[in-house]
Design a protein around this ligand. Structure first.
Ligand code: ATP
Ligand code: MG
Length: 216
């Protein structure tokens, strides 16, 4: 589903990574591993269109997403992509429910259905009944789980997760990985940047970046 072709990223004269060729299929969960600074977040950001690669292509259903127009980028983010960021990326000054609501597709936001979907997602991540809580009053791990609930509501085709279990204890790490595995079982492609051996072991494949910066 995602085909990465000869992808490279430079910062000035420094090559972060180069010549990356790999494929991520529907229903596949890939662990993206490598030392701190090897460029895992940067690679996820290039696939998620938050950064531009220096060379190469990222094909989604045959189309190079790195060449999308502004509208194409917007549609790809809205219709295909789900992101779990290292820093949660929640809207802090509002409620849990409002953060989940933005992920709802218009055709699913009819009132009755909306309420069920949001409350079910919160229940799934162990935050049942917390719809009205202010996000800035939640703990880091709780915010991470709200971000996960937002993904459950959104049901994206491709999930990019940047150390999604970094702030979590073992029980919640297992819950996050279980949810991502359920999404994978439903046909979603999942890429997880992680330092955790436990998380890596629960993925289908491992893609490793090595530290090989070449300063000129
Ligand atoms: N805009 C930028 N300009 C210059 N260098 C950058 C820029 N963005 C990232 N880098 C560098 O690229 C390298 C890789 O960063 P990245 O965040 O992708 O690593 P990572 O593998 O995700 O590390 P970690 O495991 O610590 O999260 C770092 O050395 C970083 O300083
Ligand atoms: Mg990172």
């Amino acid at each position: 589903m995602i085909e990465i072709q000869n992808l490279s990223k430079n910062f000035g004269s420094r090559t972060l990574w180069s010549g990356i060729d790999t494929t991520v299929n529907r229903g596949e969960m890939v662990a993206l591993v490598g030392p701190s600074g090897s460029g895992k977040s940067t690679l996820l950001n290039c696939i998620g269109l938050l950064e531009k690669p220096s060379a190469g292509a990222v094909l989604y259903e045959g189309k190079d997403v790195t060449r999308f127009t502004r509208n194409g980028v917007r549609r790809f983010r809205r219709d295909v992509l789900g992101y779990l960021f290292q820093n949660y990326a929640l809207i802090e000054n509002t409620t849990v429910a409002a953060n989940l609501e933005i992920a709802l597709k218009p055709q699913r936001s009819r009132r009755g259905e909306f309420d069920t979907t949001v409350s079910e997602a919160l229940e799934r991540v162990g935050l049942a009944g917390r719809e009205g809580d202010q996000v800035h009053q939640l703990s880091g791990g709780e915010q991470q789980r709200v971000a996960l609930a937002r993904l459950i509501v959104k049901r994206p085709a491709l999930v990019l997760a940047d150390e999604p279990t970094g702030a979590l204890d073992h029980v919640n790490t297992t819950m996050v990985i279980d949810v991502l595995r359920e999404m994978r079982a439903a046909g979603c492609a999942v890429v997880i940047a992680t330092h955790s051996g436990h998380v890596r072991d629960r993925c289908d494949t491992v893609f490793a970046l090595n530290e090989k910066s070449s300063a000129a």
